[in-house]
Structures are given as C-alpha cells and as structure tokens.
Ligand binder design. Structure first.
Ligand SMILES: [Fe+2]
Length: 371
C-alpha cells in the first residue's frame, strides 16, 4: 500500500491495540417515515423482520444468524446513526474503549446495548467523524438460508459492506489501517491523488470503502445476493411496481471489486447497493489493485457512465447525541470533475490519445451533454 500521507494530516496511532474486528454487521438508519421505509426494505427488497417496536424495525438478511443487519429508526433527520461491527471477543470492547479514548474521541459504552438484540456495546465518534459501533454479544435468530419457501427471486442473503464519504482519503485509509483494516483496491491518478479506497477485515473485497468527497457522510450500505439474475429480478420487480425511480445506477459490473451491482435510493434517499460475486482476499499476500481514475471501466466494467448524483449525494451521519455531523469540503481533486466534468476525460484503452473515446461515448461523460 503506497498511498502517501503527510505526517501533519496523519491521525496518531494509539499505543494500545485496536479491537479485533470480525466484519461489518449492521447499520442503523434514521428514517422520516417508518412505514414507507418498512414497505421498501421488507415488501420490496424482502429483508426479514426480526423485531419491531413503536419507533424501530430490526431487519436481517436470509443467511444471517445475528439479530439484525439493519435498524430503521423513526427520527427527525434522515441519517446514518451507526456503522456497526462485530468484534471477536468481549474483551475487544475494552480494547475499543482504550483505542478511541487515547485518540480523544467521544466514547460511550452500554452493557445492555444501544439497540435491541445486542448486548454490551461501544459507540464512538471516530476521528473521521463517523459513528462507529462495536459489539460481540448478540442474540442468535434462525438462519433462513435453507428456507427457500421464504426466498424471493431477489433474495438478499448477507450484509456485505458500508461506503463512507470522507474528504481526505489517504488520511482515512491510514487511520483504518491502524484499526486493522487492509486495502484491497483503490483509485488514484498519475499525480498521486487518491479518489477512493476499499478496505477489508473479512476475506472479501471490503467491509467498508472510503469515497473522496465532502464528509463525513454515508454513501451506501450494501447487501449481497447470490447471483446476477437476482439483481435483474429486483430491477424487474421495481419496474412492475412502477418504482423504477428507486433505481439510481446500474445494473452493471464493477471494475473495482469485479462485483455485479445495482444502486437504489430508499424513500429518504439513503443509497442501498445490491452486490454479488466479488472475490476471495483472505491470503496474506493478496495483491492490491490500483485503478487509474481516467479508466472508464473502473466503476463500470462495460464503460457505462456514473450518474452525477452518485458522486454528489450522500446521507448525513449523526454524532452520539443524534445531531448531524458538520461536513468538511474535499480539497483534493473531485473524481466527477476529472472524469465527467467540463475538463474531464476518460479512456477505454490506456495508450489511446485523450480524445480517442468516440464522440458519442465521450458525450455521455460530459455534464450537460446527455440527451
Ligand atoms: Fe459498494
């Protein structure tokens, strides 16, 4: 990993060890209309209701055995309230407290958890401004993997990853490495600007990604489905329900991660990715893949354009009091500007001249050139 991080921007490395994070496990989303959100996630996407209260719905995927992967909570400001990770042992919560306390972060611990179904938990405002949660003790529920009578054509089987928007990607990556994450892929340019990075604890492409932009904000939460045809089925269902305007981008094949993807927006605009078929990364010498920001196959392997909203829009994140975190503007180059802005360019073949992309294709990438 060769992303340079000037010392002045670097978040200090605590002297105590980080918690041993197993995987991304759940997200808590604040929604403005719980009924509308429940309709979307349960009736349209088919997530399973584990438990409901007056102001919250706890949902899980079909292969999950812990209480929930998604908490929808009614609240005044649609936002992400927690990026929640499972840690390996109860003692890892002590490590989380020590690790973040040494960094001067706000840290809260509740022996009976912040949400239903989870025991002793730690919540922090991390140095990047994100609300992170750690837990080990959790209520087990029925794993519905074999309950094919409950599976729909678009069945969502696992929570796969988070994606966070942050202004300074190298700074964020360096911090996440002190937390034990490893980089799988990133997007850079020849001048050394880093636009995004994908990082993992579990042996898939990622548990979370850092996307360069004004932040801290939540870009998306991603659920895995088994096969490509499951994603097509979700698109067909949305069409049949006259909900095609929930589709923001895709379906398509990513360059980064090699996964098949679809991006949806929920009733509050929270972005949800449906994702399948990335690759194994569990070997100790798993090679890092770096993409050129001008490679028009990096974000869509077929060269389809990324819609501007995907670059610019994201959800606020909350502090531990439930207030939206202030957003800091990105000062490094914008990926949208260098690829689809007025001065942007992209290529299909790296040795081509800058104007080699066919005019009809190039037009797609230029804002204002869309028909
Ligand atoms: Fe993603």
């Amino acid at each position: 990993m060769t992303i340079p991080t000037p010392d002045a921007r670097r978040i200090p490395t605590p002297s105590c060890p980080p918690p041993d994070i197993v995987r991304c496990a759940s997200m808590e989303l604040v929604v403005s209309d719980l009924t509308a959100s429940r309709d979307f996630y349960v009736d349209v996407l088919g997530l399973v209701v584990t438990e409901e209260t007056e102001d919250a719905v706890y949902l899980r995927t079909l292969e999950e055995f812990i209480h929930h992967n998604l908490v929808l909570r009614q609240g005044p400001v649609p936002a992400a309230a927690a990026f929640s990770y499972r840690v390996r042992t109860p003692e890892d919560l002590d490590r989380a407290v020590a690790f973040y306390s040494e960094l001067g972060c706000r840290v809260q611990r509740r022996a009976d958890g912040f949400v239903r179904g989870v025991g002793d938990s730690v919540r922090v405002e991390d140095p990047l401004g994100f609300p992170y949660e750690f837990f080990h003790d959790v209520e087990h529920v029925e794993r519905l993997a074999w309950r094919y009578d409950l599976h729909t054509p678009g069945a969502l089987v696992r929570l796969d990853h988070f994606n966070q928007v942050t202004p300074d990607v190298p700074r964020a990556v360096a911090f996440m490495q002190t937390l034990g994450f490893r980089v799988t892929e990133d997007i850079q340019d020849a001048e050394g600007t880093t636009y995004a990075a994908w990082m993992r604890r579990k042996p898939t492409v990622h548990d979370t990604a850092m996307t360069g932009g004004d932040g801290p904000r939540m870009h998306h939460v991603a659920f895995a489905t088994h096969e490509k045809h499951n994603i097509i089925a979700i698109c067909d269902k949305l069409g049949a329900l006259r909900l095609s305007d929930r589709i923001e981008r895709g379906p398509g094949r990513h360059g980064v991660s090699n996964a098949f993807y679809l991006y949806l927006r929920d009733p509050d605009g929270h972005r949800v990715e449906i994702y399948t078929q990335d690759y194994w990364t569990g070997d100790p010498d798993n090679p890092v893949v770096t993409w050129d920001v001008h490679d028009n196959q990096r974000r869509d392997w077929w060269g389809n354009p990324v819609v501007p909203s995907w670059y610019t829009e994201a959800s606020p994140v909350l502090d531990l009091d439930g207030n939206p975190q202030p957003v800091v503007a990105r000062t490094d180059s914008s990926e949208m500007a260098v690829t689809i802005g007025a001065d942007g360019f992209s290529y299909t073949r790296p040795d081509d001249a800058a104007d080699a992309l066919p005019s009809w294709k190039q037009g797609e990438y230029k804002l204002g050139h869309q028909l």
